[in-house]
Design a protein. Structure first.
Length: 238
């Protein structure tokens, strides 16, 4: 992180750092010649749109929390930014690793990319959505830490099943896509990994989102029930 950004409060520093990095990534992909910009770079630039939208949302929430002097909300937003930044770093490693595998395939087997760009974009968007919904669940004040852990484990279990399904779907698609034994094997391997991970994160994000929404609705309904309790005058008799 540049020194000028490090001087800012941590939340503002993370917002500026993530925004500057993702905006620069988009500009580089846009200005790069068609031949010089790989499909993985283009897919990564599309994922930047999702990241920037989420950063804008967090920045807006942070501003509102500061106006209301809500220290708890400010702390939650800071934690959300930390998780987002960590998720972005992890996704960059994943996307880079997939790019290396693709480059190795091109070097030894030809100049054709085995994975469709749409699958790479979906993978990236699902990874960011997972972080977003995980943050929402963490922010749910009506749920204990133990319950959050159980809900996360339940979501993870569903995601694993979905990931296996996506893996198998990728194997079939990869097998049909190419001719020749080595090309088929490479295509099956790459497509199964990308679609398996994408399906995993898609389901994980969906289940985390449902859990966060259900806890919020449950808390709201409980508050309404308390407000609507009838007042029994006998409770106030001496």
């Amino acid at each position: 992180m540049p020194e000028d950004i490090q001087k800012l409060p941590e939340a503002e520093a993370l917002i500026k750092y993530i925004r500057d990095t993702e905006t620069k990534r988009q500009e580089e992909a846009k200005n790069s010649a068609q031949d010089n910009s790989s499909m993985f770079d283009k897919a990564r630039a599309e994922v930047s749109n999702e990241i920037l939208k989420y950063v804008d949302e967090l920045e807006s929430n942070l501003l509102a929390a500061k106006i209301n002097q809500d220290k708890k909300a400010q702390s939650q937003i800071l934690n959300s930014l930390r998780i987002l930044n960590f998720t972005i770093d992890a996704y960059n490693l994943l996307n880079g690793s997939l790019g290396i595998v693709d480059s190795a395939h091109k070097l030894f087997l030809g100049n054709t990319t085995m994975v469709d760009q749409k699958h790479l974009v979906n993978l990236g968007k699902n990874v960011i959505k997972t972080a977003e919904n995980f943050n929402k669940l963490l922010d749910a004040s009506s749920v204990s830490l133990g319950e959050k852990v159980l809900l996360t484990m339940k979501a993870f279990a569903f995601a694993v099943i979905s990931g296996i399904s996506g893996f198998l779907k990728g194997l079939v698609e990869g097998f049909k896509k190419e001719d020749g034994l080595l090309n088929k094997l490479s295509s099956m391997a790459q497509n199964s990994v990308v679609q398996g991970l994408s399906s995993f994160h898609d389901k994980f994000a969906d289940e985390l989102g449902k859990a966060a929404e259900n806890t919020t609705n449950s808390s709201t309904n409980s508050e309404k029930d308390i407000e609507m309790l009838p007042i029994d005058s006998r409770n106030y008799q001496q």
